[in-house]
Each structure stands twice: as structure tokens, then as C-alpha cells.
Design a binder for this molecule. Structure first.
Ligand SMILES: [Zn+2]
Ligand SMILES: [Zn+2]
Length: 768
């Protein structure tokens, strides 16, 4: 019999998901000898035996994804090597730390079905154990200090396995074979209920869960330490409790995320279609935005002014225990589960900081002694055209890398934007995007950003010599990038980066028509851009068209008070709006005069094509108020009231100004004011306005196609978090024969910027 030996290196998402046991079983079945080990770039296998069986082995390795849903092989390198005489077995060897690090650390994974069954099985030795997990589920990214992903490199290093756990860990036939965080009530982490000062109230696991649920049902607020950080939890059906939480957390209006026991429960409060049900139950368990059902029993102050609830399912065994706990015939139907932080500060993951900062918010703390090494927020998604789309990319997805078609010759750091920051590293052909970091305006977020850059740099052993950032002169992220003084600094226009993020996630590198709908982005001419049509590729861009410039006064306040964009638009289009209407928006006439003066004298005023600010203005004209208490509050309310059945729109004009197409919306604004004064339905006005925006984007795209022959449109920008607008535009474009690409895997808002920056930079250095 002819014996051969092959060396196979496998890269991709191959560590921490039971890949080595899978390989072991395969080798055993096919009578092959050799070994397998994790190395820093992936997994190495040496396999020996008869040629036929080795071919079968390789085939089944490639098909492995069917049996192991988390397995994602991105590359496989096979070379024939000299056979070893007298090799008798196949073994799993200790991890080797050689080569450069680019192995993909896996994301945290929600409790699997098998573990859940054991959790509620009285005969299992992990019955009701809040940290049950296996190779198919449990913490990964949030507990890893360094790679390779082995127990000593995680925050589980301090827990030594008992004999029962160890037996499973060492048994290849067991689901917990090499499950790094495997533990049980005897040897693993424990929960306890504590008072604000940190003193223990209840140390027994079951009693702590019972007491937590009792307190929640009684309207108390509990800080619960979870997988990637603390949550602040309260009964989602108790309006008093929710109001108290708002007050204490200093969060006035922004909707709270919620959790319910299962999809059927969520269906009592919101519409859940097939796609949504799948997404909710996926191993990533993101928060999914779902259309509200009316009437419902959720506390009114949980999500006011929007037509959606953000729901997620339990993803930790502890969550399942809480929802299954019955007290005097009552169970929790829905929990508000908002990030454990104050206002816009970073998510808290350390016990000591939680006690320090959250004691003014939470009545009681449910904590545990498994350290969270990296804080990871819950991901937020919604559904566009029956497909899951990211809004906030974090737990469950990070740090899964994106694969580029080109290979960057040196490592790259992309700083991202100042709002909804994420940053990104490019290493060879991988783009490693950080989780959602937050808004840099908060000093503690900035500090966390700096720390995170260093941590991920060392975790992935990236050593960037090229830095990419936004061309904005005052972004903190850009100022930091400029100070790094690396070999090369690449400053990138904001909206070009948005379009590049679409190209990067779809792994295409060609010229497209880029449609951007955004709040604010620094333009190459110094104006504030935000409603753009670009002819763009990863190599460069050309501005094809935009919303005609109008003056906007007030710096930071311009994005808060709708009266500012309204005043600017009145000026630009000679619009007359009655004092009665204006009084309804901003009753302080002196203030209105002052804003007008600012614009006339050009003090603290800019030229803008911002679509976000136009949405603010139209919202206020529809009587929805003058103030964004949180980002995009007014536009979200405008979307919430839009009448889906209305397909009519307003007129607009495309003009040619200095070789660029501009959109003139004077007529539209006049008609909106007219409609409003004559008492037309706000929902219809809102829909007509949304439709108009979709139509002028279509008109721009058609002109661009005529001139360039390009048939692919890439859509991005924060305003496209607006589902009404995005779906209408996609429909119009597709009906007109365009190939339409939009962000799905990364947020369309500024959370996707760093991915685009990294892709542009990789292309730039590849070209030299
Ligand atoms: Zn499991
Ligand atoms: Zn144990």
C-alpha cells in the first residue's frame, strides 16, 4: 500500500469552535495518522496514510462547514511531505506560537440548544449552572487576552477544571473536548447578588436568581453582569421602573433595548417575520428592530416616538435562568436591558467600576467572577428587503475579519470617524474591524478608544506603518492619526469612505455610482457635505452631484435645533413661512432673529448639502418639535409617522452648477409648508418627502449612468438607517435596471467608515 504524508494549513475561522476534534475524528475514521495544532495564523494538520483516504480526508475537511456551522475556511494550503516511519496514531498537539498572527479569534456565541437542554436537566451535573457552555457556544472574544485561543490565554485561566470537566475536555468524543471556557458549579465561575456598596446579599446561585427576579418584578433596577459587559435591567412592562431608569441613567428619550424569553413572547409586542425570527435566534443574537404591535403592554417610556422595539433573546445561560424563574405564578415577560453605563460613556465591564458608577442607577447588582477582558456591546440590526442589516456591529460579529481581494504589503490602521466610532486594521488580505466604540465627544470614550487600539494591535499582532483617517480638520480621531507620524498618512473624504465600505464588504473593486445620504461629513471644498452622488472606486472619486448648498448656522447646535436648518433653507430658497408656524417650532423670536443674523453676516455659519439637517427641518415643519435630544431623534420620528401607502412625491429640479449636478428643493419646501398650513396629514407629508429624496437620488443615478455607462449603484451614509428611504430607493433603482449594493455586514452609518478607509489605504499602498 502506498503511504503518503501531507501538510495542510487551514486559515479562517478555525479556532475555538471544535475544529481540532473534528479533524481528529475524521482522521480516526479514515485510519490516518499524524497531528493537528493551532498556530497563530490558523490550524496546521499533518496527515499520513493511503492516498485515497487522504483525498477523502481533504474533501470532507472542505465540506466541514455543513457539520460545523461556525467553521469558515478562507484558505487551505496543501503540500506533500516525506512520510514518518512508524507513526501509529493521530494526536492533538499543544498550540504552537509560530508565524505571524492573523488567526481569526471567534466572536462570542449564544448558548446552544444542547447546553440549554442540559441547563434545565435535573440529572445533569451542570443543572441550572449560569455559565454552561461548550465548543459550540459561550464566551470567546470577550475573555481572550492573547492568542492562540487556549484557556491560559483567557480570563478562565484562574479556574482549574474539576475531574468531571477535565474528563470531558480530554475526551474527543465529547462536545466539550477542548472547550476552553468549559466549567461547572464545582470548578467554574459563580454568580452573586450584591448591594450597592458591594456587600454580598446572596451567594447561592439559585437563590440569587430567585431574588433578582423578585426584585425586578417589584420594579427595581438591577445591574446584571453579562457576557460583554453590564446591563441595566428592569421590568419592561413597568412604566414607573423604566422612567426611573431613564432619570438615573441620564438618558431622556433614546429607546431602550429589550429582552424576552423567546420569539413567541416577542410576538406579543412586535411583528416578527421569518427573517426576523431567524436573526433573533441566530448564534449572534443581536438586538433586532421590529415594528411595534399596537396595543401592547410594554412600558410607554421604553421606546417613545419610534415605531419599532429593539428586542433580543437571552444569549447567556444566566439570562435563560432569569426568564424561566417563576415567583408566585409570575414570570418576567420583557426586560429592559440597556447598556450598563451613564449617558454616552463606554459600556462598563469591570465590577469595581460598576459599583462606582452604577450605584446611582441600580438598586442591586447581580455579578459574577468570570472577568470580562474586552467589553462588547450588543449588536443592533434591522431588516431591509428581507435581509439582516447591521446598525451597530459588536457582540457576536467582532472580530470576524473581512477578506479583501488585494493583499496589503504593510499593516494599516484606519482611525474611523468621531461619531459611532469603530477602527480597523488591515493585515495582508484581512480587514479586522473593531466593535462599536462610541462617540468621541465623551472623554472616557476617547480614552477607551486609545486603549482598544493598543489592545487589538497586540491581540492581532498588527504593526501599522500606514495610517488612514478622515480629512476633517477637527476630528479627534484624525488629530490622533496625524500625530502618529507613521510612514504614510492618508486622509480620506468622509463620503468616499462610506462608499468604499460598501465596496469592501462586497469585496469588489470597480467604479460605481455612489449615493450618500448623511448628516455631516467634511467635504474636499471645506463645506459640510451630506447628500452626494459620487463616481467612486477604491482608487478615487469624483463628485457628480449633490443637494444644492444652503447656509447653516450654529456649529454643534446646528444638528440639535431644527430652527437652524429651517432658517438657512428659508434664506436660500426665499421661502416664506408664517410666524404662526415658526412660533410653533421656536417661540423665541429674538433667537430666530439672531440665527438669521448669523447667516446674513456669515458668523459661525457653513455651506452645507446635509440631508440629515434637511430631515430635521422637514420634521419640525411637520410639527414634530424643534430638538434632537439624541442623534436623529426628529428624523426617526418623521420616519415613524410616514404613511407607507403613499407613493406620491414633491417636485424638485436638477441643475448644473460649475459642472456638477445640483438638486434644487425650493418647490418641494414651498409645497411642504403649503400642505402643512392647509392641514394635510403629517404622515402623508412625511411619506411624500421620503419619496422625493428617493426620486432625486434615482434621477442623479440615471444622469450618472448616462454619462459614465456605470450600472452599479452603491448606497451608504447614516441617513440610510432610515428604512423607508432605503427601501424606496433600492426599489426605484432596481426597477430602473441598476445593480444595487448597500451595507449589510457593516453599519451604513459612521460605524462603517473605518472599513472603507482601510480598503482605500490598502489599495493606495498597493499601487505605491
Ligand atoms: Zn453549548
Ligand atoms: Zn467542573
Amino acid at each position: 500500500m502506498h503511504i503518503i504524508r501531507k501538510k495542510i494549513t487551514v486559515q479562517g475561522q478555525v479556532q475555538g469552535i471544535g475544529f481540532r476534534p473534528f479533524v481528529y475524528r475524521l482522521a480516526a475514521e479514515l485510519n490516518l495518522t499524524g497531528f493537528v495544532y493551532n498556530y497563530t495564523e490558523g490550524v496546521t494538520i499533518e496527515i499520513q496514510g493511503n492516498e485515497d483516504n487522504i483525498e477523502k480526508f481533504i474533501d470532507r475537511l472542505k465540506q466541514g462547514g455543513r457539520k460545523k456551522p461556525l467553521l469558515k475556511i478562507t484558505s487551505m494550503n496543501i503540500t506533500e511531505i516525506v512520510p514518518i516511519i512508524d507513526e501509529r496514531s493521530f494526536e492533538i498537539r499543544q498550540s504552537a506560537t509560530i508565524g505571524t498572527v492573523s488567526a481569526e479569534v471567534t466572536a462570542d456565541i449564544a448558548t446552544c440548544k444542547d447546553c440549554l437542554a442540559e441547563l434545565f436537566d435535573k440529572n445533569d451535573f451542570r443543572y441550572r449552572y449560569p455559565f454552561i457552555n461548550c465548543t459550540n457556544c459561550g464566551p470567546r472574544y470577550s475573555i481572550i487576552r492573547s492568542i492562540p485561543y487556549d484557556r491560559p490565554n483567557t480570563t478562565m485561566s484562574g479556574f482549574s477544571m474539576c475531574s468531571k470537566c477535565k474528563k470531558q475536555y480530554e475526551n474527543v468524543e465529547d462536545r466539550r473536548f477542548h472547550a476552553q471556557p468549559a466549567a461547572c458549579p464545582v470548578c467554574g465561575p459563580k454568580i452573586k447578588l450584591c448591594e450597592k456598596a458591594g456587600g454580598e446579599i446572596e451567594g447561592d446561585s439559585d437563590k440569587a436568581v430567585w431574588e433578582t427576579v423578585r426584585l425586578l418584578l417589584a420594579g427595581k433596577i438591577i445591574a446584571i453582569k453579562g457576557l460583554g459587559g453590564f446591563h441595566l435591567a428592569c421590568d419592561g412592562e413597568n412604566d414607573e421602573a423604566v422612567k426611573t431608569l431613564r432619570l438615573r441613567k441620564m438618558r431622556d428619550y433614546k429607546p431602550f433595548a429589550m429582552m424576552a424569553a423567546d420569539v413567541d413572547k416577542i410576538r406579543q409586542f412586535a411583528h416578527v417575520d421569518k427573517t426576523a425570527a431567524c436573526l433573533l435566534q441566530s448564534s449572534q443574537t443581536p438586538i433586532v428592530l421590529l415594528a411595534k404591535k399596537e396595543p401592547n403592554t410594554i412600558a410607554p417610556s421604553a421606546a417613545e416616538g419610534v415605531n419599532t422595539f429593539g428586542f433580543m433573546l437571552p444569549y447567556m445561560p444566566l439570562h435563560h435562568l432569569i426568564f424561566s424563574q417563576e415567583i408566585d405564578g409570575r414570570k418576567l415577560n420583557a426586560l429592559v436591558m440597556t447598556s450598563g453605563n451613564i449617558a454616552d460613556e463606554p459600556l462598563i465591564c469591570k465590577d469595581s467600576i460598576a459599583f462606582e458608577k452604577l450605584s446611582a442607577v441600580a438598586d442591586t447588582f447581580l455579578i459574577h467572577d468570570r472577568e470580562i477582558y474586552r467589553q462588547v456591546d450588543d449588536s443592533v440590526m434591522h431588516i431591509i428587503q428581507n435581509e439582516p442589516v447591521q446598525i451597530r456591529r459588536a457582540r457576536g460579529f467582532v472580530p470576524q475579519a473581512f477578506v479583501l481581494k488585494i493583499c496589503a504589503p504593510v499593516d494599516i490602521f484606519a482611525a474611523g470617524a468621531d461619531l459611532k466610532n469603530t477602527f480597523c486594521f488591515a493585515k495582508q488580505n484581512r480587514l479586522i474591524l473593531s466593535e462599536h466604540i462610541g462617540d468621541m465627544a465623551d472623554a472616557s470614550v476617547y480614552k477607551h478608544w486609545l486603549y482598544s487600539i493598543e489592545h487589538l494591535k497586540s491581540l492581532f499582532e498588527v504593526n501599522p506603518s500606514v495610517v488612514a483617517c478622515d480629512m476633517h480638520p477637527n476630528y479627534l480621531s484624525s488629530q490622533y492619526a496625524r500625530k502618529l507620524k507613521k510612514d504614510r498618512l492618508i486622509e480620506i473624504q468622509h463620503h468616499w469612505a462610506h462608499i468604499a465600505s460598501v465596496l469592501a464588504e462586497h469585496a469588489i473593486d470597480e467604479k460605481v455610482i455612489g449615493i450618500v445620504a448623511d448628516g455631516t461629513g467634511y467635504g474636499s471644498d471645506g463645506a459640510i457635505w451630506g447628500c452626494e452622488c459620487l463616481i467612486a472606486s477604491l482608487d478615487g472619486f469624483q463628485r457628480f452631484g449633490h443637494l444644492s448648498y444652503w447656509p447653516l448656522a450654529g456649529g454643534d447646535l446646528a444638528a440639535k435645533e431644527a430652527i437652524r436648518p429651517i432658517t438657512g433653507l428659508m434664506k436660500k430658497y426665499n421661502l416664506s413661512i408664517s410666524d404662526a408656524v415658526l412660533d410653533g417650532i421656536e417661540p423665541d423670536r429674538e433667537k430666530r432673529d439672531a440665527i438669521e443674523q448669523q447667516i446674513e453676516k456669515n458668523i459661525n455659519a457653513v455651506s452645507t448639502s446635509s440631508l440629515g439637517r434637511l430631515f430635521d427641518a422637514v420634521s419640525a415643519l411637520c410639527g414634530l418639535g424643534n430638538y434632537n435630544h439624541f442623534e436623529a431623534q426628529l428624523p426617526m420620528t418623521l420616519e415613524a409617522i410616514a404613511d407607507y401607502k403613499t407613493h406620491r412625491s414633491y417636485d424638485f429640479e436638477l441643475k448644473n452648477e460649475n459642472g456638477v449636478v445640483t438638486i434644487d428643493i425650493g418647490v418641494m419646501l414651498e409645497k411642504i409648508v403649503e400642505d402643512r398650513t392647509s392641514g394635510a396629514d403629517e404622515g402623508v407629508i412625511s411619506a411624500k418627502f421620503h419619496n422625493t429624496a428617493a426620486e432625486f437620488f434615482l434621477a442623479l443615478s440615471k444622469q450618472a449612468r448616462e454619462q459614465t455607462g456605470i450600472k452599479t449603484v452603491a448606497i451608504s451614509g447614516g441617513v440610510f438607517c432610515n428604512r423607508f428611504l432605503l427601501e424606496r430607493l433600492i426599489e426605484l433603482l432596481q426597477n430602473d435596471g441598476f445593480n444595487v449594493l448597500f451595507n449589510k455586514l457593516v453599519p451604513t452609518n459612521d460605524g462603517g467608515i473605518s472599513l472603507g478607509q482601510a480598503a482605500i489605504a490598502a489599495k493606495a499602498i498597493k499601487k505605491g
